[in-house]
Design a protein around this ligand. Structure first.
Ligand SMILES: N[C@@H](CCC(=O)N[C@@H](CS)C(=O)NCC(=O)O)C(=O)O
Length: 191
């Protein structure tokens, strides 16, 4: 069985939890205390970070890589579009997620100007979602899953009002209709 080295507050772990839930993969969780990480986690991942998945003694870190691994290992239901252009768009958005998450973390650290930078990024997502319904283009999938953990945390932990971003709000509403994503809203509420 697959093991997920996990931390509830970690949005990167949330990506993996959502993909596992969407695909109905059975797994066990080993919770890592991020404030007091066990030394052995460095043998699973040289950076000491979570998420890490383990299967038959083989370990894999890095949430974006894990998401793609799970997509290939468990192709149904598909979370990357059939059209190569949509797959490329999803991958591009995942590779560039730092542009969004950097101002989020700056805001959490209380840095001046971070809220304006985050607003700029939320606006960009809103414009993109006005044009296409999902971040990967025509269908729900990995790109949406890659961003939604931070959107939920920005709204619920950092107190960011999402109302100025109507297409983003509509997208989030559609995502929260999915049990795999709705469960993450509960995880954030318990933090
Ligand atoms: N690039 C990694 C980032 C993972 C990451 O930063 N995880 C955080 C928790 S949200 C962590 O383990 N932090 C511990 C640390 O940096 O010491 C991924 O996508 O999996």
């Amino acid at each position: 069985m697959l093991t997920l080295y996990d931390a509830p507050r970690c949005p990167y772990c949330a990506r993996v939890r959502i993909v596992l839930a969407e695909k109905g993969v059975e797994f066990e969780t080993i919770e890592i205390d991020l404030d007091d990480r066990p030394a052995w986690i460095y043998r699973k991942n040289a950076t000491g970070r979570v998420p890490v998945v383990e299967e038959d003694g083989w370990t894999l870190p890095e949430s974006a890589v894990i998401m793609e691994y799970l997509e290939e290992r468990h192709p149904e239901p598909a979370l990357l579009g059939a059209d190569p252009a949509d797959r490329a768009l999803a991958r591009l958005r995942i590779v560039r997620h730092d542009a969004f998450t950097a101002p989020y973390y700056a805001l959490r650290r209380g840095e001046a100007g971070a809220e304006a930078l985050l607003a700029e990024q939320l606006d960009r997502l809103d414009v993109a979602l006005e044009e296409r319904p999902w971040l990967g283009g025509g269908a729900y999938g990995l790109a949406d899953i890659a961003y939604v953990p931070w959107i939920l945390r920005a709204r619920d932990l950092a107190g960011i009002d999402l109302d100025p971003y109507p297409a983003l709000c509509e997208w989030l509403g559609r995502l929260l209709d999915r049990p795999a994503v709705a469960e993450e809203e509960h995880v954030v509420a318990r933090l």
